[in-house]
Structures are given as structure tokens and as C-alpha cells.
Design a protein around this ligand. Structure first.
Ligand code: ADP
Ligand code: MG
Length: 584
């Protein structure tokens, strides 16, 4: 007797099933992919659960259906109608190709398949019952065109697997996620999901991506999204990204599909984030729906049994293209307004105004609190940020006044009410100028009176360390004596700052812990310079100063947020106002 034996097919199938079928959500994913591959235009997902977990999933499609012979063959491992040989994989258009899903599911559950081929006689349907990989029954039945697959008793014969299932709600959440991903990637199909008899989600057919988003996440989100569109010879990028005000703490809301296949890809998600630059705080991610159409021979889909990952050739060209497309979309879109790119069919209500937010770590508190020193805005401070000749990116608006000496109230030509955070706005203006002058090598501006700093030893060590960096940014700092420094020149963009206080504060910020440990110190220096140079909250502005601030903001490249990612402008259009006062 040899100790090595070839496993029997049932065992082989159960082992293989483990790769494909991890939980109820994976069953639904495979069934939905089959329905989409079968050309369905309408798919119903019907899920039942009790306190212990999900008891049954059923997917009904109106696709091409199967003949009686195919209905049995479909359960054979490695039986597929989608490829003939490995060469076909390079031109694959279907979601399935492994011929494993039905066999794997049936190996670890009880599966009932009812199907009728499109165009076959009404009573020429087939019903097949497979349990634990064995065909238990096959009969002729009357059935609608298309296919219904019911899966019950999942993992009844693999207790180890069953033990790893999580709570009902966790499993349901995974399941919703699968349906959402596929619904987003397939606007040509109407999806309806029912749980214990209650409709949980529904998308309309042929509504396009935006309508799928509206169906799944609500019209409020959909109408605030910014369309993305770009083309390269071998690649088309399209989709929608959120405004910076709609950010999340992790990348889970960055949805990516490649050639209709919903996938996960950290590099692509990171590329989307990259496109936001300073529009988002460092640790925030956007909500994004990105569809890539790529020549099929550049995509290797055969990387993972669940097909959630793909390998891309020319990734090095694709990733920057994604970032650039997102950046371009955000730069050219009027982010303060709510203008859906395609009509959203559902009834739409305007987006909620952004909430006021307390300053986050790294943003000096002082900038937000009024009072303890001279806060009137000097005309010089504004004059130096006067630039000419750039296109206006904000809608035309006329200041009406100031609230709390912090927000400028303005009216648009169409009656839209705008609130502008004066500090955030000026910070944005300054930030872009500092970057521009830095990149142009504009260098520094000498101070008429050097500012002398006496520092505690710890800080002087830090300042000494930072000296080369500061020099590169246009600060000229000299040490003259123990722990005493003279700031002789500051970046040109800060040139008009007369107060020694501002210089001291700027240097103090530069030496702060948060600034010292940030990965991109150069960027941090720029932000601090912009922040410290900017008009404070609490400063009274004349009508003319308000006007000039708005005009300058309108000419920045990204007028909608400050360099920390906080909003500069919020808009309440006529409809929103009418809604508040119930005039509608
Ligand atoms: P794959 O999708 O990789 O081909 P599956 O095991 O998922 O493998 O399905 C096996 C075959 O069964 C498919 O190739 C297809 O021909 C047929 N099939 C499965 N589900 C459906 C369906 N809903 N409608 C029509 N045909 C189906
Ligand atoms: Mg399949």
C-alpha cells in the first residue's frame, strides 16, 4: 500500500470550492456574474436570513438560459461556454471563464437550477437539483425564459467552513457590497435586491453609472459628483469623483471597474487619491467611481480564483493617467455648485451645506480665534496677492457683507447665496502664490528690520536642522550667538509681512512637532507660510477688500478648498433657500 493516493472527485471539488466560495456573498457574486454573462437585462437577488445567518440566496435572470443538457453540464467542474483555450483569455469579454463556480457552489450546498433557453417552448424548461456535487433530480418544467439559481444549506457538509461565517449582519453587508459593485459596473442591467421579502436596493436599466450611483447611494450624493473623462490610445477612463467636502477615512468607497469587472486595486485607488492633491487632508479619501476600459490583451484576469484582482500591463502609464484625469476633472469643475453632468432620473434635492469644522491638528488654532491683537486687514496684505490675467473659476458673485468678521456673504448673479471663509480663501490664494514663486525661483525678500529669535535649546537645534530647507524656501536665517537667530529674509510671497509677530509665528509653526514629522516637509512649509500670511478670521474687511479677496480667490487654480482641504466657499442656491422657507 502506498501512502500517496489520488483524491476522489468529490474531495477535489470541496477543496476547490474553498477557493471560490468563502461566504454567501461569494455565491451571489458568481451567480450575478453568470447572469450578466448570459446577457440578462434584469436581475433579481432574493435573500432570506434568520437570526443564525443567511439561509437562502436566489438569483433570477432574464438571460439566454440553457438547454436541458447544458443545465446538467454547467455543474461539471471546468465546464464553461466562455473560453475554449488559454488564448481566448487575452480577449475575454465575459466575467466568468474558469468553469468552476457552479461546480464549487454545488459541492458545498444544495442548489436548484431552473432554466429555459431563450426562444424555447414555454414548457421546455429544466429543473436540476444538485446537492454536495451530486445531481439528485432532473425534470422538465414550465419556466420563464432565463435562469433561476437557488442556493440553500451552504457549507452543510463542511462544518469547518461554516464555523468561519460571521454574524448575519456582517454576511449581509458583504453581500450588499457584492451587489453594489456589480450594479455600478453594469448600468445596462436593472438590479433589484430583496431581503426577507423587503426591497433593499434597486437600480434602473440603462441609466448609466450616475443613475446606478443615485439608486444605490442616493441622489444627494449623485448630484454633487464631478465627472471624470480621459482617453489614451489604449485606455479610456471615465466615472465620477466626489467633491473634496465628501471625503472618507479610508479608501473603501473608491470603486474601480476594469472592462466591466469590479476589482480591488490599491495602486489605482491611490492614483485616484493622488489626483486630489491638497484638496483633501492627508488621511482622507474621496468617494469615487472609476471605470477603465483597457485593451483586453493588456489585462490579465487570471490572477485570483475569485477574479477580484487583475494584473495590468503598462500600469506605469495607467496610474499617472488616472491621477491626471481626476485632477483635471476637479480643476475644471465648478466645485461650489451642484450640477449633475447627466440628468439623474430620481427626484433630487440639493446637497447639504458643509458643516463648520474645528481646526485640525497642524492648523494653528490662532488663525480661527479673533481678538487678541490688531486684526484689521492691511491693504498691503491684499495687494501683494493681486494677480492678473487668469481665468475666473468661481461664478461671479458680489459681496453683501461679513458675518462674525469671519465669513464673507456674497450673492451670485442667479440669486445663489455664497458664504466664504475669509481665512481659508486667502490661505488658498497665498498658497498658490508661494508655490508659483517657489517654482519660479523667486527667492526671498529682505526684511527691513531683521526679526530676532531667542529659542530654547531644543528649538534651536531643530532650527539649525531645518536651515537648509528654510533657505530653499526663501528664508534667510542666521545664527549669531547662543540660541539666538536673526531672520533676515522671508519668501517673496510673504514679503509684505511687516509684523515681526507673523515671522515668529511662522518659524514656531515650522519647528512644531507635527510639521517636523510630516513626510513632505516642503509642502508643510508652504502651507504654514500661506496660513500665517493669510488674513485671519475676526478681521474686519471693507467692502472693497471683500471684493478683491473674492476676485483673487476666483483666479486661483483650485478656489474651492484651502490647502488643508477645508472648504473655502459653500453655496445655497435658490432652490435650497426656497426649500428652507418651504416656498416650493
Ligand atoms: P463560468 O462562468 O466560469 O463559465 P460557471 O460554473 O459559473 O463557469 O458556469 C458554467 C456554465 O454554465 C457557464 O459557462 C454558462 O454556459 C452556464 N451558465 C451558468 N449560469 C448561467 C445563467 N445564469 N444563464 C445561462 N447560462 C449559465
Ligand atoms: Mg461563472
Amino acid at each position: 500500500m502506498t501512502k500517496i493516493r489520488v483524491l476522489d472527485p468529490d474531495t477535489v471539488n470541496q477543496i476547490a470550492a474553498g477557493e471560490v466560495v468563502e461566504r454567501p456573498a461569494s455565491v451571489v457574486k458568481e451567480l450575478l456574474e453568470n447572469a450578466i454573462d448570459a446577457g440578462a437585462t434584469s436581475i433579481l437577488i432574493d435573500v432570506s436570513s434568520d437570526l443564525a445567518g443567511i439561509t437562502k440566496v436566489r438569483v433570477t435572470d432574464n438571460g439566454e438560459g440553457m438547454t436541458p443538457e447544458e443545465a446538467v453540464l454547467a455543474f461539471h467542474p471546468h465546464a464553461t461556454s466562455k473560453i475554449r483555450d488559454i488564448a481566448d483569455l487575452s480577449a475575454i469579454r465575459t466575467l466568468g471563464f474558469r468553469g468552476e463556480a457552479l461546480a464549487s457552489i454545488a459541492a458545498v450546498a444544495e442548489v436548484t437550477l431552473i432554466t429555459r433557453q431563450r426562444g424555447a417552448a414555454a414548457l421546455a424548461g429544466t429543473r436540476v437539483l444538485v446537492r454536495g456535487g451530486e445531481v439528485m433530480e432532473k425534470s422538465e418544467v414550465g419556466a420563464p425564459e432565463g435562469t433561476t439559481v437557488t442556493v440553500e444549506r451552504l457549507f452543510y457538509n463542511t462544518p469547518a467552513r461554516r464555523k468561519f461565517l460571521k454574524s448575519r449582519n456582517t454576511e449581509l453587508a458583504h453581500l450588499y457590497g457584492v451587489v453594489e459593485n456589480l450594479a455600478l459596473a453594469h448600468g445596462e442591467v436593472a438590479f433589484r435586491m430583496v431581503h426577507n421579502g423587503k426591497e433593499r436596493m434597486a437600480t434602473q436599466r440603462s441609466g448609466g453609472l450616475l443613475n446606478a450611483i443615485a439608486g444605490l447611494y442616493g441622489a444627494d450624493l449623485a448630484r454633487t459628483l464631478v465627472p471624470v473623462e480621459a482617453r489614451l490610445p489604449f485606455l479610456r477612463i471615465s466615472g465620477y469623483v466626489s467633491r473634496p467636502s465628501e471625503s472618507r477615512g479610508n479608501p473603501s468607497q473608491v470603486f474601480i471597474s476594469i472592462n466591466g469587472r469590479s476589482i480591488t486595486s490599491r495602486p489605482i485607488a491611490a492614483a485616484v487619491r493622488e489626483g486630489y492633491g491638497t484638496l483633501l487632508p492627508k488621511d482622507r479619501y474621496p468617494v469615487a467611481f472609476i471605470e477603465l476600459s483597457i485593451d483586453t490583451d493588456l489585462v490579465d484576469v487570471n490572477v485570483h480564483p475569485t477574479k477580484r484582482e487583475v494584473r495590468l500591463s503598462r500600469e506605469r502609464e495607467i496610474l499617472p493617467a488616472v491621477s491626471a484625469a481626476v485632477e483635471e476633472a476637479l480643476a475644471t469643475h465648478d466645485l461650489a455648485r451642484e450640477a449633475p453632468a447627466e440628468p439623474v432620473q430620481q427626484q433630487i434635492s440639493p446637497a447639504e451645506p458643509q458643516q463648520a469644522r474645528a481646526p485640525t491638528a497642524g492648523e494653528p488654532e490662532a488663525a480661527y480665534t479673533a481678538g487678541h491683537r490688531e486684526l484689521a486687514l492691511s491693504d498691503k496684505q491684499l495687494r501683494r496677492t493681486e494677480t492678473e490675467g487668469r481665468e475666473n473659476l468661481l461664478p461671479a458673485m458680489e459681496p453683501v457683507g461679513q458675518v462674525a468678521a469671519t465669513y464673507i456673504v456674497a450673492e451670485g448673479t442667479d440669486g445663489t447665496l455664497y458664504l466664504v471663509d475669509q481665512h481659508a480663501a486667502h490661505e488658498r490664494i497665498l498658497y498658490e502664490q508661494v508655490v508659483e514663486q517657489r517654482d519660479a525661483g523667486a527667492g526671498s525678500q529682505e526684511l527691513i528690520m531683521p526679526v530676532v529669535l531667542s529659542l530654547p535649546p531644543k528649538d534651536s537645534a531643530a532650527l539649525r536642522d531645518a536651515m537648509p530647507l528654510l533657505l530653499g524656501e526663501g528664508f534667510v536665517v542666521e545664527e549669531f550667538g547662543r540660541d539666538t537667530f536673526a531672520v533676515r529674509a522671508v519668501p517673496a510671497a510673504l514679503g509684505a509681512i511687516e509684523g515681526p509677530e507673523t515671522v515668529r509665528e511662522t518659524i514656531a509653526d515650522l519647528l512644531s512637532d507635527t510639521s517636523r514629522t510630516t513626510p513632505n516637509r516642503r509642502e508643510a512649509v508652504t502651507c504654514i507660510v500661506a496660513c500665517r500670511g493669510a488674513v485671519k478670521a475676526g478681521a474686519h474687511l471693507t467692502h472693497d477688500q471683500q471684493k478683491r479677496l473674492l476676485a483673487q480667490l476666483a483666479r486661483t487654480k483650485t478656489p474651492w478648498t484651502c490647502p488643508h482641504g477645508r472648504p473655502t466657499v459653500v453655496a445655497f442656491d435658490r432652490r435650497k433657500l426656497d426649500g428652507i422657507f418651504r416656498r416650493v
